[in-house]
Ligand binder design. Structure first.
Ligand SMILES: [Zn+2]
Length: 291
């Protein structure tokens, strides 16, 4: 996605929609459009408000703009909320009304469903687990604070912490990868599995801080099921490691927790399924188009 400024970011959104209409959208006649976006979205008003990592500085009435451009009713929401809707209607939500969907990918977010309702908060900003502070001495986060979970345990965070440690580990397996400029969380996991001390320290720190945040969440919300999605956890071993945090929760919370596992929804499709659910729920609630 091009994101030099607001205009190029918007052009990328239009490009993605038109690509999809051309390729994936053949053979059916859409009656509504759902768009999951990073950052803060006012889902009721259809406004993309801002994101710390993108030059979205002025709120954009994107739903109204897309309705004018594509002649379809449009539902917007934050991508994590959209993915949680996919879990609600197509995934674990078919078995429970109290669950948390945790996405560990480029960033970290939690979708919270209590009593069958998606928890949005007063500003549709609930579930920003990535900005839960877990280490006040930790790395600076784009949000302006230090030691947010995302800076240590997200895909970008793991890679950044590893890069910051290279100077202290001249013999690390990650030195060669770092020289290519493409050091990723996957490289860190691979090196840790091969016994690399730097990678191991980075992974252990991420696991420890994820556990800390998850125990807090379990205590706060007493979920029946916790499911994980996102590229960083997609091969399953990290979720296995995180099972330890269940034993740290108090007995009533442990008794209520029926499942703690990887999501059954395909990691590369949950975003699209979420966007489809946005359009579907808007359509089924018979909301009028924006604008
Ligand atoms: Zn932060």
């Amino acid at each position: 996605m091009k994101r030099e400024n607001q205009a190029t970011a918007l052009n990328s959104v239009h490009g993605a929609i038109e690509d999809f209409m051309r390729t994936g959208g053949q053979g059916f006649n859409p009656s509504a459009m759902g768009v999951g976006l990073v950052g803060h979205v006012d889902a009721t008003a259809g406004i993309w408000r801002h994101w710390v990592n993108l030059p979205i500085r002025t709120p954009i009435p994107l739903a109204a703009q897309l309705e004018t451009r594509y002649h379809l009713p449009v539902a917007l929401d934050n991508d994590a909320q959209a993915a949680t809707l996919a879990e609600m209607y197509l995934g674990v939500g078919r078995e429970t009304e109290d669950f948390i969907y945790i996405n560990v990918g480029t960033g970290i977010s939690a979708g919270i469903v209590c009593n069958g309702q998606l928890v949005r908060g007063a500003s549709n900003y609930a579930g920003e687990l990535g900005h839960m502070m877990v280490d006040p001495e930790g790395p600076l986060c784009p949000c302006g604070r230090h030691g947010c979970l995302e800076t240590i345990a997200s895909g970008g965070g793991l890679a950044a912490v590893a890069r910051a440690g290279l100077a202290d580990y001249p013999d690390s397996l990650l030195q060669d990868v770092a020289r290519t400029g493409r050091l990723s969380a996957r490289d860190v996991f691979r090196a840790a599995a091969a016994g690399d001390p730097l990678a191991d320290a980075v992974v252990e720190r991420a696991v420890q801080q994820l556990e800390r945040a998850l125990v807090n969440l379990l205590n706060l919300l007493n979920p029946e099921v916790v499911v994980f999605g996102g590229g960083v956890v997609s091969d399953g071993w990290l979720v296995e490691r995180l099972q330890n945090c269940v034993a740290q929760a108090p007995p009533p919370v442990q008794d209520g927790l029926r499942d703690f596992a990887l999501s059954a929804l395909p990691v590369d499709q949950v975003g699209l399924l979420g966007a489809a659910m946005l359009a579907w729920t808007m359509h089924s609630e018979r909301k009028t188009p924006h604008g």
